[in-house]
Design a protein around this ligand. Structure first.
Ligand code: 99T
Length: 202
């Protein structure tokens, strides 16, 4: 399988952590791409019309995107209901947490593009503040979640979202008012899957 990849992308990291947890990382070949909405990657766009990573070319030539779909596909290859819990309360919790973490990543990536790509004179402060409010409110909600000892698509996504904030928004200091979440991340980051996929310091 071939995965379009960039080490900074928290969505790609979700896929890689999932593959690692399922014992499938050896079957994934990484194809490195650099892209933004204003400098798309043509080869990628031929496979994913949205021009976003991650995108996965499976063994039979099928292309899958986005990260929730790819992660669920990998789970099915590993027998199913390992990273995505079986139908029931745990599954809804995991899916909701994935949605919350993906929402943090979406808001953070959009803010990053606003702050680094958009010409200075076109920047819209209130819009960026609105995205940051989503991130902060979501982090406050996560501070009250019981994440200890749970490894599923929900907690994997949360760890990747927090890792991206550390990479791109270190000045935000998200740990200050969220000690429980910070302690959870410190512990879970020791797992080989997360340690092996930590984004490079930039
Ligand atoms: O939007 C673009 O054109 C390029 N951006 C991406 O491909 C980002 C890379 S993170 N990926 C997504 O937004 C995927 C979201 C999708 N819903 C999923 O896979 O779950 C780049 C981060 C950075 O460079 O700082």
């Amino acid at each position: 399988m071939q995965l379009y990849f960039n080490p900074a992308s928290p969505f790609v990291r979700k896929v890689r952590v999932t593959a690692h947890e399922l014992g499938l990382s050896g079957e994934i070949e990484l194809t490195s791409v650099t892209l933004t909405p204003v400098s798309p990657h043509e080869g990628l766009r031929a496979n994913n019309p949205l021009g976003k990573i991650p995108a996965l070319l499976t063994g039979d030539g099928t292309v899958l995107y986005d990260s929730p779909v790819i992660c669920e596909y990998l789970d099915s290859l590993a027998g199913g209901n390992r990273i995505y819990p079986a139908p029931g309360a745990a599954r809804w919790t995991a899916l909701r947490r994935q949605a919350l973490a993906d929402g943090i990543m979406d808001a953070a990536v959009l803010t990053r593009y606003e702050q680094t790509l958009r010409p200075q004179e076109l920047r819209w402060r209130e819009w960026a503040d609105g995205q940051l409010l989503k991130i902060r409110t979501a982090l406050d909600a996560l501070e009250h979640e019981s994440l200890e000892g749970v490894i599923d698509i929900g907690t994997i996504s949360i760890a990747c979202a927090l890792g991206y904030l550390d990479l791109r928004f270190a000045a935000e200091g998200w740990r200050t008012s969220r000690p429980r979440l910070a302690a959870w991340l410190a512990g879970v980051s020791q797992r080989p899957s997360l340690a092996a996929t930590a984004p490079p310091a930039q």
